[in-house]
Design a protein. Structure first.
Length: 452
């Protein structure tokens, strides 16, 4: 079984992102479902932003690891003093008294300082664990975004297939109405049909023309939505490939809801992300509790200074004025205005909330699977009925048309039969593509790649 959920790794998606430039345009004459998915995984802006969030999480993880080590900094301070009305300047550098009558004097100081937080209750190490966990959460978020995009793609793709067939059906209906209208004109000329009936036929032709235009507009809008998802707005010529679809695909056996759920429960990224969020909330609680612990910091520094007010050479001044420091500080929280207690309480509540989020994600997952299963089951049953009904309506329509031609049926009966035929065709198309879509989504949640 091919598991799509865990196999879409961050590195794989990054490879997708750089296979084609974002501005490149594909050369497919007809887009298959797999073409659409591959292109979206490498060009969709929302997915690229998720990948950037993963890189940010990686950077935060590296920074948290570096926080375990001491910091080292160098500093210097340079000053120029101008005393226009002073006759002498006393410099106390290095404990030596020197005098100068210079109006302008120069002073410089230099230092190297190190600081190391030796112990803060283990919070730094907990921060590293949390940062590493956040990278996994970001990775699951990328997979979830990729899954969502694929599900949207197949929904638009199936809609396009349905609308293309609907356009063909509406055009066939229009041609049939035009033939009937032309025949009605002849019948009016010979006096076998009233002009009022011809007017009804003209109105029916106008309605069928509107149906063709409306279905074409709907098809264009659905193609536009799919192009937007693929970041192909500038591409004018966009057509999808029509797969071979037979009754075996439409009426294929449905997998068990429980089996699909069990697999999805173990592999879907939204569940994994919810579980990781629980782990993260436990770390947050651990960090909050460690706020009661003391902190120990170690500092060290080396510094020196020089001044132009001294008659000593600069290197002698730096040597004589050098000072070394080493310090240890201990901070013990005694009363902090209930800050630590509040942090612990909030962390416990956050953990409970994350556990509820997991329960909600599990329920949503099962509900989604059950919806797909019921939609597929109902559509299959509707397809079987609609196919039988369409055969009956086509036979009835042929009989009505023949009877109308010899005057045995009136215009109202003819139009009623035609409407029944139209509804039968539409019902069959809707059941066909509803079943295909929901079966494909069920198999996707079961671990297979999306295909029709």
């Amino acid at each position: 079984m091919f598991s799509i959920f865990k196999r879409i790794t961050v590195s794989t998606l990054f490879c997708y992102s750089f296979v084609l430039p974002v501005t490149s345009q594909p050369t497919h004459s007809e887009w298959t479902l797999q073409n659409c998915i591959d292109y979206a995984l490498s060009h969709n802006i929302q997915l690229q932003k998720s990948q950037l969030s993963k890189l940010q999480a990686d950077a935060d993880y590296e920074q948290s690891r570096a926080g375990l080590w001491p910091t080292l900094s160098a500093s210097t301070n340079q000053n120029v003093s101008w005393r226009p009305f002073s006759e002498s300047t006393v410099n106390l550098s290095g404990g030596t008294f020197t005098t100068s009558s210079r109006e302008v004097s120069y002073n410089g100081s230099y230092g190297i300082n190190a600081n190391w937080q030796v112990w803060n209750g283990g919070i730094n190490r907990q921060n590293v664990k949390r940062a590493k966990l956040n990278t996994k959460i970001a990775e699951e978020s990328i997979t979830q975004t990729a899954n969502t995009i694929q599900e949207q793609i197949i929904q638009y793709y199936v809609q396009i297939l349905y609308q293309e067939e609907a356009v063909k059906v509406n055009k066939e209906i229009l041609e049939s109405s035009q033939v009937q209208r032309d025949r009605a004109k002849v019948m009016v000329d010979v006096g076998s049909l009233a002009k009022a009936d011809l007017a009804q036929m003209e109105a029916q032709v106008s309605q069928d023309e509107y149906n063709v235009v409306n279905s074409e507009v709907t098809l264009s809008n659905t193609k536009l939505q799919l192009k937007q998802l693929l970041e192909l707005v500038m591409l004018e010529d966009f057509n999808v490939a029509v797969p071979v679809i037979d009754d075996n695909k439409v009426l294929s056996p449905l997998p068990s809801k429980q089996e699909v759920y069990q697999h999805a429960r173990s592999h879907r990224p939204e569940i994994s992300e919810a579980e990781l969020n629980i782990e993260s909330s436990k770390i947050d609680l651990n960090i909050a509790k460690r706020g009661y612990y003391p902190t120990i910091s170690l500092t060290a520094g080396v510094g020196s200074s020089n001044s132009s007010a001294s008659d000593d050479a600069i290197f002698r001044q730096l040597k004589n004025n050098m000072n070394n420091t080493l310090g240890l500080s201990v901070s013990v929280p005694i009363f902090d205005g209930k800050q630590n207690r509040t942090n612990v309480t909030k962390a416990k509540l956050a953990q409970q909330s994350s556990e509820l989020d997991l329960q909600h994600a599990e329920q949503e997952l099962y509900s989604q699977i059950e919806t797909y299963w019921l939609n597929a089951k109902n559509a299959q049953q509707q397809y079987v009925y609609s196919k039988s009904n369409l055969s009956s309506q086509e036979a009835s329509w042929e009989l009505l048309d023949a009877q109308f031609s010899v005057g045995l049926k009136n215009i109202a009966e003819l139009l009623t039969g035609k409407n029944n035929l139209i509804q039968a065709r539409q019902s069959l198309l809707q059941a066909k593509y509803t079943a295909l879509l929901n079966i494909a989504l069920l198999r996707f949640y079961e671990g297979y790649k999306l295909e029709l």
